[in-house]
Design a protein around this ligand. Structure first.
Ligand code: TRP
Length: 347
């Protein structure tokens, strides 16, 4: 595994279902990175409980994301797939980072403001400290590259700020213990691709979400072919024909979203999609998009179903992945204890 110098870490929350936005924005890119990087993919269950979640839903969600990872093509033997709570080092390092990050930094996090809503006093402390745990996820492995959606950019910047502050606050110890000038690398976000941000099928200005009240706003990886086709047929559009140039998608969020989905599913650019469908009506384009979505998602759905019926296998993958993840995170955590001055057992 260590033939790659660059290490990728990313996480997906096991809350609710998995939709095409999770697939195109995250999982599909995770699959591609396996060719070039050492990859660690985590089901972030500790993040999922920052907002109340039914325990049965959480269990099912953890296994569903694991199944989606594998069904989409992540290889849990050559890379690492695990759930966060099985590697205690995440929570352990998050505490240290709670003491590195500043209240002011966290107060600026837009995701907290969105998720906490009006009743901020009633949000969990965990929801506020969420970005510190995310920084711990990444830095416990000293990961260098983090594929995430646009909405996670601010959290990545915070992780860099934490890494930087730790490196300077403890610079003397870091050098004295032989770790050189910096203990943590500054992790880079990888945000790219035509559909990193898939929007709701009902409102092209809103992100596709598992918590949207309307199931017609999203395509779930568990939807059958007929449902997928129907949701695409009913997706909101505008009355104009499709533009012939990418610039013509501006200020047309629904058209832009559907063209972006097509491009990402087919691994082409939006310009190439418009070369074929530009100037035409939505009906023909939607029919083609439905066929494409069914062709790409159908096999993943079938494999997910098969895997989800085999919880013993999925739990085995997570146990084995956690074991291997812990073997990487433990030495980092021990080094951090030495740097901070937390006396530890030596074996
Ligand atoms: N916050 C991320 C999201 O909601 C999930 C996440 C948790 C994550 N820890 C991470 C992503 C570490 C990348 C790296 O999408």
């Amino acid at each position: 595994m260590s033939k790659f110098r660059e290490r990728v870490f990313s996480g997906v929350q096991p809350t609710g279902g998995v939709h095409i936005g999770n697939y195109l924005g995250a999982i599909k890119r995770f699959v591609a990175m396996q060719e070039t990087h050492e990859c660690i993919y985590c089901v972030v269950d500790l993040h999922a409980i920052t907002i109340w979640l039914d325990p049965r839903e959480l269990e099912a969600g953890i296994r569903m994301i694991t199944a989606a990872f594998i069904a989409a093509g992540i290889n849990p033997k050559s890379h690492i797939v695990f759930n966060q709570s099985q590697v205690a080092e995440h929570a352990e390092l998050a505490w240290v980072f709670n003491c590195v990050a500043r209240m002011g930094w966290l107060n600026r996090m837009t995701q907290f403001k969105e998720k906490a809503g009006k009743d901020r006093e009633n949000a969990s402390v965990g929801l506020f400290a969420y970005p510190n745990l995310m920084a711990a996820d990444i830095l416990a492995y000293r990961a260098t590259h983090v594929p995430v959606g646009e909405d996670q950019k601010q959290h990545l910047e915070l992780a860099r700020d934490i890494a930087q502050k730790f490196n300077t606050d403890f610079a003397e110890r870091i050098a004295a213990l032989g770790y050189g000038e910096a203990f943590f690398p500054l992790p880079e976000p990888l945000i790219q691709g035509p559909a990193t941000r898939v929007m709701s099928l009902r409102d092209g200005t809103k992100k596709m979400s598992k918590s949207d009240a309307s199931d017609y706003s999203r395509i779930n990886l568990t939807d059958d072919a007929e449902t997928v086709a129907q949701k695409i047929r009913k997706a909101k559009t505008d009355p104009e024909p499709l533009p012939t140039e990418v610039a013509g998608l501006e200020a047309r969020p629904e058209a832009d979203n559907l063209v972006g989905m097509f491009a990402a599913l087919d691994d082409v650019t939006k310009a190439e999609v418009l070369k074929e469908f530009g100037g035409g009506q939505f009906s023909r384009f939607k029919a083609a998009l439905a066929d494409l979505a069914v062709a790409k998602l159908g096999p993943i759905r079938a494999e997910m179903q098969r895997l989800q019926n085999d919880t013993a296998y999925l739990d085995g993958v997570l146990a084995e992945g956690s074991h291997r993840a812990r073997a990487l995170a433990r030495p980092t955590m021990d080094a951090i204890k030495d740097i901070v001055g937390l006396v530890r057992q030596r074996s």
